[in-house]
Design a protein around this ligand. Sequence first.
Ligand code: MG
Length: 281
Amino acid sequence: MSKWPIGVFASVDAGLGVHLDVAKELDIPSVQVHAPHQETRTEQAAKDFLARCSDAGITITAVFGGFEGESYESIEITAKTVGLVPEDTQAARAQEMKEISDFAKLLGCDTVALHIGFVPEDRESAAYKQLIDVTRDLLDHVAANGQQLNLETGQESADHLLEFINDVERDNLFINFDPANMILYGTGDPIEALKKVGKYVRSVHCKDATWAAENRGTDWGAEVPLGDGDVGMETYLRTLNDLGYTGPLTIEREIAHDRERQKADIGQAVTLLTDLREKIG
Ligand code: MG
């Protein structure tokens, strides 16, 4: 692929992404997909989806894991319910993520990704050490499928994410950088964070947000159309360029309750990114 192909976060049958036909209508050449439900992670479903992508000229660049019971209702509830961190569901979800890796292999995709959850702050705690073990075991499975795992950013500071990646000690653990999440979760300036973690960034989201008016880190910021928020898209792309990032620019617009507006906002984002790519890339 050429430098910075536009992408969009899409869904097969689960998650908040756009449907594939929207990517097709907007002539977007790459997608990250939210993994489908367990009963549709079959060889036949993979073949059918691949055929639809091929027909539309779309490349699948990553498969994102997501799990039943996750809720992004508030930052506090997100911390309790999302990813591999919550202990009640940890073993089952780690197993399911291995199955998602197997499904991604059926799709011919070398990258799986996920929100791992809020990595415990205390590196000496039992919870942190257990998360390291679970992640290593998952990464070994992912490596056997010839894949890497990219962690979505936002729930930790850049420094703590780096500590975690170093502590895991596996060479197929990388980052899917989402600048808006740093703002939504109040975990740090997105451009400074990107510079810190840059060497691990293997995929990115193009998403925008405004900071919480008060109580950053406790109250959500607000997701807004690309270019309308506090990320600064030109600075974001210039920083990616400085880091030597040439991969897809995957637009994420998570307003699945309003499909018309979602499509319109994604169309505008394509225009913005195409113009900036022309200017910078
Ligand atoms: Mg994201």
